[in-house]
Design a protein around this ligand. Structure first.
Ligand code: KIV
Ligand code: ZN
Length: 385
């Protein structure tokens, strides 16, 4: 089984979510949990962004021992020096350099020709390599960059001794087959490509970050970058829990797995949500409150007979206790009876029928019928009869 490395950027790209601002204590708390989750690499921040971020990255660098700690840097000396400062004391430091490569960014943002982009990146990598044995280089907006230029940039980065080349779909523009093909082409065309790892970094503007990341794996990517709960710039980044569980659930298809401690997923998700203030939508894959909840009578009946009828993964895998059968207007007698048994009531057929009719009346008026509602129904019924 091929190992897929997980590069977590919750503390950097995730923190770029509008309205999110993590202090050093919060970054440390998340970093410790990411280490427990078993992510291979933690991007702790962007040290040149502010003295506070430099200090936070340094605190994470000194605390974390099992994961590589990474600082982000533009392709300029001052940024690289800030990362040098921030990663002092790290057990396994790595600098993440980036420069935009797409025609749009070259023309409007950088005002550079291709040759200048290549030279600027080369000079930055050379400078960074004096101080770091591990350098990742990202071709920002790779998704909208000419494939020949991406090959050229990658070849240059390899010859300058980087460990990882990242191919970000910065604006979440690509469809899975297009993104996967970039990795295939780089693997086929770039000399010495086996010397480095290729990394995928996707944004979710069209809701395809996870699909694109999985397509990258099929195309030959070694590393996936993403965040917990998929938080990040605009519509967010790839949710690492989605990639890990897709590989786990469909391992026969992908032939690849992460080494995440999957049972830590749920706890990590709750912690990130609490500290960032970004509420996880109920229907969010893997970690949403409804991801293992079943409401319709047909589904509940199937679940009570055999869980695999409606669950492709078990809640225990991600550290939850059990699936939830939510009682609402679509629920059936089977689930209703089981729920009452859980609450300590085993009713005979006649009483069950009366209580079920009362429950359906209530369920028509309320979205969710709580345990308290059920107790009220059943106790009133029992007293009545
Ligand atoms: O989305 C992006 O291109 C980035 C880079 C800094 C890697 O976050
Ligand atoms: Zn990004």
């Amino acid at each position: 089984m091929r190992k897929i490395y997980i590069f977590d950027t919750t503390l950097r790209d995730g923190e770029q979510s509008p309205g999110v601002n993590l202090n050093t204590r919060e970054k440390l708390e998340i970093a410790y949990q990411l280490e427990k989750l078993g992510v291979d690499r933690i991007e702790a921040g962007f040290p040149a962004a502010s003295p506070g971020d430099l200090a936070s990255v340094n605190a994470v660098a000194r605390a974390i021992k099992q994961s590589t700690v990474i600082g982000l840097s533009r392709s300029r000396v001052q940024d690289i020096d800030a990362v040098r400062e921030a990663l002092k004391g790290a057990a396994d430091p790595c600098i993440h350099l980036f420069l935009a490569t797409s025609p749009i960014h070259r023309k409007y943002k950088l005002k550079m020709e291709k040759e200048q982009v290549l030279e600027t990146a080369q000079a930055a990598i050379r400078y960074a390599r004096k101080y770091f044995s591990k350098v990742e280089f990202s071709c920002e907006d790779a998704g909208r960059t000419e494939i020949e230029f991406l090959c050229e940039m990658t070849e240059m980065a390899i010859s300058e001794g980087v460990s990882v080349v990242n191919i970000p779909d910065t604006v979440g523009f690509l469809y899975p087959h297009e993104y996967g093909n970039i990795f295939k082409t780089l693997k086929e065309k770039v000399p010495n490509i086996e010397k480095i790892q290729l990394s995928a970094h996707c944004h979710d503007d069209l809701g395809m970050a996870t699909a694109n990341s999985l397509a990258a794996i099929l195309g030959g990517a070694d590393q996936i970058e993403g965040t917990v709960n998929g938080i990040g710039e605009r519509a967010g980044n790839t949710a690492i829990e989605e990639v890990a569980m897709a590989l786990e659930t469909r391992s026969e298809f992908f032939g690849a797995k992460t080494s995440l401690a999957l049972s830590e997923i749920s706890r990590t998700s709750r912690l990130v949500s609490r500290l960032t203030g970004m509420v996880v939508p109920g229907n969010k894959a893997i970690v949403g409150a409804n991801a293992f909840a079943h409401e319709s009578g047909i589904h509940q009946d199937g679940m009570l007979k055999e869980k695999t009828t409606y669950e492709i993964m078990s809640p225990e895998t991600i550290g939850l206790k059990e699936s939830k059968l939510v009682l609402g207007k679509h629920s059936g007698r089977h689930a209703f009876r089981e729920k009452l048994i859980d609450l300590g009531y085993t009713l005979d057929e006649e009483r069950l029928n009366l209580a079920f009719a009362k429950f359906k009346e209530l369920a028509d008026k309320k979205k969710d019928v709580s345990d308290g509602d059920l107790l009220a129904i059943v106790e009133e019924r029992l007293i009545d009869t």
